[in-house]
Write a protein of this length. Structure first.
Ligand SMILES: Cc1cc2nc3c(=O)[nH]c(=O)nc-3n(C[C@H](O)[C@H](O)[C@H](O)COP(=O)(O)O)c2cc1C
Length: 279
């Protein structure tokens, strides 16, 4: 798929937006978004389906609750997937591509896994009973001034903070912190993983570099509150930032799963997937 926007710049620009001008996307914006979303691919061999909802087209009485978290938005994106291996990683990867594309057009978005009435959105987006419906996002023109709710949500999640490099990236095993010299060509890609969005800003990703192999691990920070593993979505977002950032530097590789990962794991940490450079 052709790369339509600057990766590093767009990833650095993106922030969750929770209040919007009270108008929907114009025809051109809507068409750009819908065209792009229908072309998105992901490296996890899982088909991800996108939905675009114009609330102005709904019956007047039809409710769409976000617990007051989102204000003003007239349009929403949704994503569904079949319940298979790597479904949530695929959702994370593909939906983040759409979020970044929207950001590059100057539009606001906000990943939402929790603060919306899933049944109401399911009806409005005509989602089938057989599909998993993990995530929605408003999409629209950001209001300059943040609402009180947005400010509060950001404060609770400490949204403007991220874990330090040395808490996230390791060399050969979890015993050794990865130095930036050792990370060499991969410093930017790792830095762009570090600043990625995640559910409640928990940043569950850990990466162990072993030569030209990068092993991705997940630190479990939630119980089973969503009925699906929201932190696997976060892992897919990490994979998206990593791979797109490398593509921008003409470094090409692929994701795969090690059958037997020989790395001793810290508490609550599980292996997710690996990436290797293709010559
Ligand atoms: C998978 C996922 C689920 C999220 N769910 C919600 C949500 O339900 N409600 C909400 O207000 N923000 C939600 N967020 C947004 C995060 O709180 C936000 O990304 C994080 O605090 C970092 O802030 P930033 O996106 O502005 O960089 C979610 C983010 C991700 C990646």
């Amino acid at each position: 798929m052709e790369q339509l926007f600057q990766i590093e710049e767009t990833i650095k620009k993106r922030k969750s937006v929770r209040n919007y001008e009270k108008r929907g996307l114009n025809e051109q914006q809507r068409s750009e978004i819908v065209t792009y979303m229908n072309q998105i691919e992901n490296p996890f061999q899982v088909k991800v389906k996108f939905h675009f909802l114009e609330t102005e087209l709904l019956d007047k009485g039809q409710k769409l609750g976000t617990y007051g978290v989102i204000q003003g938005a007239k349009d929403y994106l949704g994503v569904t997937v079949k319940n298979t291996d790597f479904a949530m990683e695929a959702v994370g990867y593909a939906f983040e591509m759409l979020v970044l594309y929207a950001t590059s057009l100057g539009l606001g978005t906000c990943w939402m896994g929790g603060t919306f009435n899933r049944n109401q959105f399911k009806t409005a987006m005509e989602i089938s009973e057989n599909d998993v419906f993990p995530i929605i996002s408003p999409i629209g023109i950001p209001l300059e001034k943040r609402s009180i709710t947005d400010t509060l949500v950001r404060k609770i999640a400490k949204s403007d903070q991220r874990k330090e490099w040395q808490e996230l990236f390791f060399s050969t095993s979890f015993e050794n912190i990865l130095s930036k010299e050792d990370a060499s060509d991969y410093v930017t890609a790792l830095e762009l993983v570090r600043i990625a969005p995640s559910a409640s800003n928990k940043q569950p990703w850990r990466i162990v570099k072993d030569g030209e192999l990068f092993h991705f691990f997940k630190v479990q920070g939630y119980g089973d509150v969503f009925g699906y593993d929201i932190q696997s979505v976060d892992m897919g977002i990490a994979a998206c930032h990593f791979e797109l950032a490398l593509k921008e530097k003409q470094i090409v590789g692929k994701f795969y799963k090690e059958q037997d990962i020989k790395i001793e794991l810290p508490e609550k940490t599980t292996y997710s997937f690996s990436w290797k450079k293709c010559e």
